[in-house]
Design a protein around this ligand. Structure first.
Ligand SMILES: Cc1cc2nc3c(=O)[nH]c(=O)nc-3n(C[C@H](O)[C@H](O)[C@H](O)COP(=O)(O)OP(=O)(O)OC[C@H]3O[C@@H](n4cnc5c(N)ncnc54)[C@H](O)[C@@H]3O)c2cc1C
Length: 552
């Protein structure tokens, strides 16, 4: 023993300056932006349900489900021990708990069964909460919700399947649909040779006699949640690419010829299974007209785009909630991080991005609510689904990355939720139209659907006079729009246009619904160029204190 060594006053396993876990909080009641938006959009009738789900998802037990389901990833069993095909994926019990919770809350069906004003917004609020807790299980939830929109183009099929889709009981058994208490839908469009360019699909459909029944042969390169009960898929029929409903079991109670080849080893979304599948004369039924597969499945795609916007807003919200929590408890250089001037700039900037995302996502959901009765809102929903999907998914990747850094090294370890949020973020941008494809779709919609442009501009002009910077930005956007829509070589500028449209929509919403400090900061930084290339570069005039103290 060295007599000169100083006495150790603090045992090495004393934990100092670490942050308490963020648990037992209500995800909904602590989100002032979402709370107000739900009320404003006529979805106040769902407040009790959303509040209860917000409480449940904030409990330690339910937070644990999200971790367990991602740490214990799904396992594919192609064959049984005797060599018979099994084609089943086995999930951890926590996955089933997450699914059961979402389905009991009718996140997979709410607007289809609840014919009340604001049903889409109510569902968006519910999904905003489930997605903060765990992203992967929202994939089958979203596909089931969206699939109904396409299934309805074939009323007989819809009538047959809807009663079981509309159940709020989760039934994970691998069994023929008529034997189950509740069923789920998936989607199969992407093939090896291309996902964006689905017209290049090689999967073939042969008609059986004169019926609407077909045999499907081919493959799908990405087919998520393969334990769903039926899939809306695309295949080449004699009259061209067509949409089909392909169930896992045939009507005679046999396993359909749907073979799961392997599961993808994904960087994120690990709780969910995404499979490569093959169909060898699998039995399916035509949905919509033969040869009009893309326009039939597009309704499903538009609804999943809404969900990508919801999912991305949720990732941003959860990321900034975690960052704020950490900064409120962690000290560095003699102060709490939340009191360090530069950290205040970063956090305020992250909060602004999250609020702008929530407002745009709710506005989009409310257009889905109004679209049946109002052709203008239908056109608005169509174009804004693409704009919001593009922008929120892109911003989530950056915003979540910056929020992660607020936690320092603790944000980089798997025991925190941050790596999971970070890995989930790019996925929303890839599926249902990757970034470029979405921007080209915006151009196409503007060119082909004059009403879309009209309603967008109507929305943006509503606030003319509210702020000179907004006014100037919208005027410049009008010039950009008329140039881009008239220029046959405008494709290369599609991202520029999509970005301006999204910012104008968000600014418009911020001016109407955010606190003056938030709205001012958004206008200065996002519209007026007073911002750098990273978060945390808000100009000195921004009232950081007011932004940081609001909404939590
Ligand atoms: C985890 C996960 C789960 C998935 N689950 C499903 C599922 O359940 N069902 C399903 O059908 N699919 C699923 N997908 C597939 C997904 O929808 C496709 O990956 C996506 O549509 C892109 O297709 P691709 O991968 O073939 O890329 P490509 O089509 O090859 O595109 C590659 C890149 O090129 C860009 N690009 C394409 N065309 C153009 C153009 N004309 N101009 C400029 N740029 C262009 C795209 O934006 C993209 O960035 C899943 C994907 C992932 C990652």
């Amino acid at each position: 023993m060295n007599p000169a060594a100083p006495a150790i006053e603090t045992p090495v396993d004393d934990v100092l300056n670490q942050v308490p876990p963020l648990t037992n909080y209500n995800l909904f009641l602590t989100d002032g932006t979402l709370l107000a938006a739900v009320e404003r959009s006529g979805a106040g009738w769902a407040r009790e349900q959303v509040t209860e789900l917000g409480r449940l998802l904030g409990t330690e037990e339910v937070q644990r489900w999200g971790f367990d389901a991602n740490e214990n990833t799904p396992v594919l069993h192609t064959h049984d021990r005797f060599g018979n095909r099994r084609d089943e994926v086995v999930f951890h019990p926590s996955w089933h708990n997450l699914m059961r919770t979402a389905i009991a809350n009718r996140v997979h069906i709410l607007p289809w069964v609840e014919k009340r004003k604001g049903a889409h917004v109510a569902r968006a609020a519910l999904m905003m909460l489930t997605s903060q807790n765990e992203g992967g299980h929202n994939c089958p939830i979203s596909m089931t919700f969206s699939g109904v929109a396409t299934l309805r183009s074939e009323p007989d099929l819809a009538q047959q399947w809807e009663p079981r889709i509309f159940s709020s009981e989760y039934d994970p058994r691998f069994a023929p649909a008529p034997e189950k208490k509740g069923v789920l839908l998936g989607m199969g469009m992407t093939e090896k040779q291309g996902g964006s360019d689905v017209r290049a699909n090689t999967t073939r459909a042969e008609r059986l006699g004169r019926s609407n029944e077909y045999l499907i042969t081919g493959h799908k390169w990405f087919c998520s949640a393969p334990m769903c009960d039926a899939f809306l898929i695309l295949a080449q029929a004699p009259k061209g690419l067509s949409c089909f409903l392909l169930p896992r079991w045939t009507p005679t109670g046999e396993r359909n010829h749907f073979y799961i080849q392997r599961l993808k080893n994904k960087m994120g979304n690990r709780s969910n299974a995404s499979a490569e599948v093959e169909f060898a004369q699998a039995w399916a039924q035509l949905v919509g007209e033969e040869g009009r597969g893309v326009s039939t499945i597009i309704e499903m795609v538009n609804h999943t785009r809404l969900d990508c916007a919801i999912g991305s807003a949720a990732l941003m919200r959860q990321a900034v909630v975690q960052a704020m929590h950490h900064a409120r408890h962690r000290r560095a250089f003699g102060k709490l991080l939340i009191d360090q001037p530069l950290m205040r700039n970063v956090l305020a900037d992250l909060l602004i991005e999250s609020e702008a995302a929530t407002l745009l996502m709710v506005r989009l959901a409310s257009a889905f609510d109004a679209r049946e009765a109002d052709p203008g809102e239908r056109a608005f929903a169509r174009i804004t689904a693409a704009i919001a999907k593009y922008w929120l998914c892109k911003r989530a990747c950056m915003q979540v990355g910056e929020a992660l850094e607020c936690l320092g090294g603790n944000g980089f370890v798997e025991e925190s939720i941050m790596p999971r949020l970070y890995r989930e973020a790019p996925l929303n941008s890839i599926w249902e139209g990757s970034g470029n494809v979405i921007c080209l779709d915006i151009l196409r919609a503007l060119a082909k659907e004059p009403l879309a442009l009209e309603v967008l501009m109507h929305e943006l002009r509503q606030n003319r006079g509210a702020d000179a910077r907004l006014n100037k930005f919208v005027q410049a956007l009008e010039t950009q729009l008329s140039q881009t829509t008239r220029d046959p070589n405008s494709e290369a500028q599609a991202r520029n246009l999509a970005e301006s449209l999204a910012l104008a929509l968000q600014a418009n919403l911020m001016v109407r619904h955010s606190s003056p400090a938030m709205a001012e900061a958004f206008l200065l930084s996002r519209l007026n160029g007073e911002h750098g290339y990273t978060f945390g570069t808000l100009p000195a005039s921004v009232d950081l204190g007011s932004i940081l103290s609001s909404n939590h």
